[in-house]
Design a binder for this molecule. Sequence first.
Ligand code: OSB
Ligand code: MG
Length: 377
Amino acid sequence: MYIHHVVLRKVRMNLKHPFETSFGSMQEKDFYIIEVTDDQGNIGYGETVAFTKPWYTEETTDTIFYMLNDFLIDLLKGQNISHPDEITKILSPIRRNNMAKAALEGAIWDVYAKRNNQSLAEALGGEKSTIDVGVSIGIEENIDDLLQIIETYVQEGYKRIKLKIKPGKDINVLHNVREKFPTTPIMVDANSAYTLDDIEVLKQLDQFNLMMIEQPLGQDDIMDHAQLQKELQTPICLDESIHSLKDAQMAIQLNSCKIINIKIGRVGGLTESRKIHDYCAAHGIDVWCGGMLESGIGRAHNISLTTLSSFTMPGDTSGSSRYWHKDIVTPEVTMDEGVIHVPTGSGIGYDIDHEALEEFTLSTKHFHLNASHNDQK
Ligand code: OSB
Ligand code: MG
């Protein structure tokens, strides 16, 4: 398979409700949709997941454009790709920039699956026909608003509630939440807002019977997380610290966590995600699939990945309506009694709503990877 044509489409979508984490607040999402066309005219789609500011990782929407435009797309020229697992290697002359690579690789996985008349889930070796769904709730100024939001999502059927915390918005909040929701499966995510100096506060989290605490310490603090996990009963889940299989191996060997949140963008693609999943499965580490406020295209990739058998815990990939008034896929992603039914159509399994996509598009750029080679498989 050759890639003949790539389109980078810059898109802006407004969130229904501002989303606040320990690192800042978001009201809109700027990202790129990547469209790749193969030598048979099949089209695959990928989505970039970085934000406009480098708060979560070092990448941004603009650095991703730069990496794709100046370096990554060019590396596909003349490449005869027999399987998407080869993409990691093809893009490897460029260091890191995982989210840029993942979006391109994801589009190629989609086109590969479509070419073979398979769903992306099947192409990945996924087994589940439904996936369990949780929801991530941002920091709220007002506790009554937060309790009301939790109530709504519990009523809708989400299987676990994730609450964002930060220093000063933690123990008190959880006292209130547990009073009203004593048995709801709840976890918290600190997005690196604490250090080991906060250990006394973090230890107090043990009283709330949380499923896990996600990324309490810095993204470079794999060693400190090992020390913290020794002092906590609550399992630590790593997010920002894990950029590769190697990171996952190190964290597991050092007992820095008991659970890993896999995000396709953060680890550089579906191939690396699957490797981390397989390694965790072999080492008794639970995994679940995280989210980055994706539109339906990114959501579809997350859903396909989550069909792998050892995604044992509900992920953050909620329905389209959790963030968007209107999504760019049709049908939209829907959550039904706590699960998403995995689509069975080829590739990502959702069609593009071209009208909606056009409405949200700010600009497009086309790349013709001139096909001087013989156009065959
Ligand atoms: O840490 O998982 C995170 C959103 C933005 C940045 C980081 C994170 C999140 C979420 C929401 O928790 C995930 C989602 O619902 O897509
Ligand atoms: Mg997180």
